[in-house]
Design a protein around this ligand. Structure first.
Ligand code: MN
Length: 240
């Protein structure tokens, strides 16, 4: 018997090769933290029912959010939309923002968090910020860059540092920050790299990929450790 907290992980959608899936690195990072992942499939008619089963949730990296959700124009570098995944994640984020269940959004995850709560996105980082700080390899793939974390943020307490190197693989980023969210980390070029929600016990989105380096980088593993600890601490109220 184990009492590992259950961590709901929203799988990538069916338009990603016709399979719902989640990379093993996320599963490994959650298990190292003492949690047990439970995959949620996009398209569930009543996600609140799924959320009642778990102690925390994670949103994964993935494709671009449909620009129609934030009044965007679309960009040639963007991938095809996945309406089922967008709709499910937006629904889940709004439920969790109004409650107390811990939520960690990763890469696409932080972008959907912002859009779900009324924010907008830069549809191509290089157009707005240039390429002084590469945020992904060209045309796709990971690069490392530094992030600078705000003092007095939950993120600073979680990471235990105000400056760290991260694995980055994104071409979009937060533009107008949604009401209720605050920026807690940026890259050297000013790109928003993390947000959190004041008044919520544990609601953090990061633009980078902590799961990629967490096995060898204790600072990045702390994001998953802190999420599972918050899940375990029962700061959680019912989802209604
Ligand atoms: Mn970045």
């Amino acid at each position: 018997m184990t009492s590992a907290p259950l961590i709901g992980v929203v799988a990538r959608g069916r338009t990603d090769g016709g399979r719902y899936c989640a990379k093993a690195a996320y599963v490994d990072a959650i298990r190292r933290a003492g949690g047990e992942p439970l995959l949620f499939l996009p398209g569930a008619p009543d996600p609140s029912r799924l959320l009642r089963l778990v102690d925390a949730a994670v949103l994964l990296g993935g494709g671009d959010v449909d620009p129609k959700h934030f009044g965007g124009r679309g960009h040639p570098a963007s991938g095809p939309p996945d309406e089922e995944q967008d709709a499910s994640e937006i629904q889940i984020i709004r439920l969790l923002a109004a409650g107390r269940l811990p939520l960690l959004g990763i890469c696409r995850g932080v972008q959907v968090m912002n859009v779900a709560l009324g924010g907008t996105l830069h549809e191509h980082v290089a157009d707005a910020f240039g390429e002084t700080v590469p945020h992904r390899a060209s045309p796709q793939g990971s690069v490392a860059h530094e992030v600078f974390v705000e003092a007095d943020s939950l993120l600073a307490r979680v990471l235990g540092t105000r400056r760290c190197s991260v694995s980055s693989s994104h071409h979009q980023a937060l533009r107008d920050v949604a009401p209720g969210l605050s920026v807690t980390a940026r890259a050297a070029d000013g790109v928003i790299e993390a947000v959190e929600k004041a008044g919520h016990p544990w609601f953090i989105g990061v633009q980078w990929h902590p799961e990629v380096t967490a096995a060898d980088d204790a600072v990045q593993q702390r994001l998953f450790n802190a999420l599972v600890a918050a899940a375990e601490a029962g700061t959680v109220g019912p989802i209604e």
